[in-house]
Design a protein around this ligand. Structure first.
Ligand SMILES: NC(=O)c1ccc[n+]([C@@H]2O[C@H](COP(=O)([O-])OP(=O)(O)OC[C@H]3O[C@@H](n4cnc5c(N)ncnc54)[C@H](OP(=O)(O)O)[C@@H]3O)[C@@H](O)[C@H]2O)c1
Length: 245
């Protein structure tokens, strides 16, 4: 790896952990669009989902919580983007995060995905609807042994406590559709700019890839929202009016 005057690697090598999911595939595409070398990790049975990238990325098949798989995949990487999914009730999320934290090269930029329910400093203000979703639907999903939101909370706690160069990107509700550009963000859920609570999934992925080279986001947990949502547009207009007053 060589470095230019702005300390940007001229050839960034990026690992995408969870590359075969809906979000992961968008991340891979954005990383390729930027000219990065890409290594994708996904479960063995999901490798065919990455056929559209054949010949353009390296695929390391295996469970993302398997330390040997992660060790092989992150070797030599300048950045690692982890789609942190709380699947099952066996600590998949926390073990995936721990493997990345322990095994990524020192100094690598580490980006993790989560939802708004994760809080860095406890200062987020949640709507009743979101609290209902997390508490009631979260409990049902855990009882069904399908999803364990507490596992994702623990995974992020470990990320926040680490001395790596991390960013946890907290997604709003997601929708499919054409890109609207880089989402806007705020430190706390409850801030007016986030009120519309909707982001295009392709732009959630874009934000994570852009975060690799945005050093202002190190040790931040940005809560993001689509830049064209009504509340984001209103916040931008209010900021412009205040600046010209
Ligand atoms: N969905 C939302 O509305 C939403 C909102 C805000 C934030 N987020 C965040 O966005 C990220 C992506 O979430 P998503 O739900 O939208 O997922 P997604 O992008 O569709 O990806 C799902 C991931 O889960 C993996 N997976 C599926 N079944 C699994 C299993 N049994 N064992 C292990 N891995 C399994 C998939 O791998 P395979 O390809 O191998 O199946 C894939 O990597 C998460 O960090 C989530 O917290 C989501």
């Amino acid at each position: 790896m060589t470095t230019d005057a702005q300390s940007r690697p001229t050839e960034m090598k990026v690992c995408v952990v969870g590359a075969s999911g809906k979000t992961g595939k968008y991340i891979v595409q954005h990383a390729l669009d930027r000219g990065y070398e890409v290594v994708g990790v996904c479960r063995e049975q999901s490798v065919p989902k990455l056929d559209e990238f054949a010949g353009r990325i390296t695929v390391v098949p295996g469970a993302t919580d398997d330390r040997e798989v992660i060790e092989q995949a992150v070797a030599g990487c300048d950045g690692v983007i982890t789609v942190l999914v709380p699947r099952g009730v066996l600590g998949y999320s926390r073990q995936t995060a721990q493997a990345v934290l322990d095994l990524a090269p020192p100094g690598a930029r580490l980006i993790f995905s989560s939802g708004w329910h994760i809080s860095l400093d406890g200062q987020d203000v949640y709507s009743r609807r979101l609290r209902f979703k997390v508490v009631v639907l979260g409990r049902i999903a855990k009882l069904l042994r399908a999803v364990d939101l507490d596992d994702q909370v623990e995974a992020c706690r470990r990320v926040f406590a680490s001395d790596t160069r991390w960013t946890v990107v907290r997604g709003s509700e997601l929708e499919e559709g054409e890109s609207e550009g880089l989402p806007v963000w705020s430190r706390h859920v409850g801030d007016a700019i986030l009120k519309s609570n909707m982001t295009r999934r392709v732009d959630f992925a874009l934000f994570m890839v852009a975060a690799l080279e945005n050093h202002e986001l190190i040790h931040e947990a940005p809560a993001i929202v689509g830049r064209r949502t009504p509340a984001a547009v209103a916040a931008a207009a209010a900021a412009a009016a205040a600046a010209s007053a």
